[in-house]
Design a protein around this ligand. Structure first.
Ligand code: EPU
Length: 428
């Protein structure tokens, strides 16, 4: 086991390059399984969630050949298993995408329910409803989600809730189904558009991705392709907030500014000066942050995956801010950790009332989930003195080279082994 040790109080300055998008990668990799020839995927983030997906694909029979740190060639032709066991899916939310991809390829799937970040019940009823509409028989047996079909057939699916995962899974299952599938009330996140672009580059016929009605006309077969994943909106947002929180001046490169609009708007409200370039944004903060209210919503609203980070910035704002979580039932577990650092935050259900304090104090804290972990790093960078963050395994799921990237911006952050009773734990 390892922890991060941060000596805070330094303004971040310089340039940071954003990696490929985690949530696009974890959808596009399973989608490769629909092809009947090899694909090359570029701009993959080097994170443990991607490694976990690639491992599962290999166990299912795909041949995975790394080309370099960010590109991989995958030959899905020999996929011969439809079972993703609990051990294979451990800790991975995106395991559910194997349901759509395997149903789409083999008309058969048995997949352990998803793990991943723990912020309340994480149902997949809308995914199941979509597969059933396409003609699959879905059951849950012995803790495994099982699906089988003779031939998937296009259908209209209205999602009762805007779900990223259900939208992606239905696209995966429908790409080669017979006839037209229409997803109404679809999610509109950038990674949904990226998945549609990827599938279309393999020969699929998908229209409307990025709007709330997606039409998928099934095709007979999909061929291999070479595809580069979009930049990570949330990684970019995390560095933007960190720059503002430390009173810094940071150029964040390899981004799509259009995907960052809601984050830019909220940071401007807090007093940050933001300049947009074609593929970069510069964030400069010269004042104490101003209070600001934030409500998370599906895209194009403010992303829930940026909620802990912006809330952390607001702990030192001048005034009282209200942060409302509009996507997940429970995503304020990290607040206890911020309180240890002197933050004044009262949570009432899906709402947090944050009364700005002058500064945070350093303290030993934990990363309770991926984005909460990123927020703890931001808190540590803001606080005077040494902050230690444990359970960083969550952070490594989704942020490539986070220590190196923050260090290059002038942060004093180190990854160190946890030493306990003379045993040194180091993460594999
Ligand atoms: N929901 C249902 N039924 C379903 C599916 C979802 O009720 O069948 C509910 C959920 O409980 C939640 C809401 O719908 O309240 C939205 O869930 P969604 O399905 O959109 O989330 P997801 O697909 O499980 C993805 C991201 C999350 C991100 C959410 C929302 C991936 C791998 N994960 O999860 O990212 O928070 O969309 O934008 O794409 C992260 O990256 O840290 C992360 C947790």
């Amino acid at each position: 086991m390892e922890k991060f040790v941060i000596n805070g109080g330094h303004a971040l300055r310089g340039e940071v390059r954003i990696s490929g998008a985690k949530n696009a990668a974890v959808a596009i990799l399973p989608a490769v399984m629909l092809a009947d020839s090899p694909c090359i995927i570029e701009n993959l983030p080097d994170i443990s969630d991607v490694a976990a997906i690639l491992r599962v694909m290999q166990e299912l029979g795909a041949i995975v050949r790394p080309i370099n740190k960010t590109s991989v060639e995958i030959d899905p032709c020999h996929i011969n298993s439809y079972v993703v066991s609990k051990e294979m899916a451990e800790g991975m939310r995106a395991s559910s995408y194997f349901l759509g991809a395997l149903l789409g390829r083999l008309n058969r799937a048995r997949v352990a329910p998803p793990g991943g970040c723990n912020f309340g019940v994480r149902p997949i009823d809308q995914h199941i409803k979509g597969f059933e509409a396409l003609g699959a028989k879905m059951t849950i047996e012995n803790g495994m989600v099982d699906g089988k079909a003779m031939q998937l057939k296009g259908a209209s699916v209205y999602l009762d809730i805007v779900s990223v995962g259900a939208t992606i899974n239905i696209m995966l299952a429908a790409a080669k189904a017979r006839g037209l599938t229409v997803i109404e009330n679809a999610a509109r996140e950038p990674h949904i558009v990226d998945l549609a672009n990827f599938l279309n580059s393999m020969g699929a016929n998908i229209m409307g991705a990025g709007t709330s009605v997606i039409k998928i006309r099934g095709v007979e077969s999909l061929h291999g392709t070479t595809y580069s994943i979009i930049p990570d909106q949330i990684e970019a947002g995390t560095y933007m907030v960190a720059a503002a929180a430390t009173g810094g001046d940071v150029m964040i490169t390899n981004v799509t500014p259009k995907h960052l609009e809601s984050i830019i708007a909220k940071l401007k409200e807090t007093g940050a000066e933001i300049t947009e370039y074609d593929e970069a944004v510069r964030v400069v903060m010269n004042t104490r942050p101003k209070k600001c209210n934030v409500k998370t919503m599906p895209h194009p609203g403010f992303p829930t995956d940026m909620q802990p980070q912006i809330a952390t910035l607001l702990t030192v704002a001048d005034g009282t801010s209200i942060v409302t979580e509009g996507v997940w039932d429970s995503r304020f577990r990290y607040v206890d950790q911020l309180t240890l650092m002197g933050a004044d935050v009262q949570v009432d259900g899906k709402m947090a009332v944050i009364t700005g304090v002058k500064c945070l104090n350093s303290a030993p804290v934990k990363a309770v989930d991926l984005r909460a972990g990123a927020a703890m790093i931001i808190a540590g960078l803001m606080a005077e003195g040494e902050t230690q963050i444990e359970d960083i395994i969550h952070i490594d799921r989704g942020y490539e080279n986070i220590v190196e990237k923050f260090s290059a911006l002038g942060a004093d952050i180190k990854r160190v082994p946890i030493i306990d009773n003379n045993i040194i734990y180091k993460q594999a």
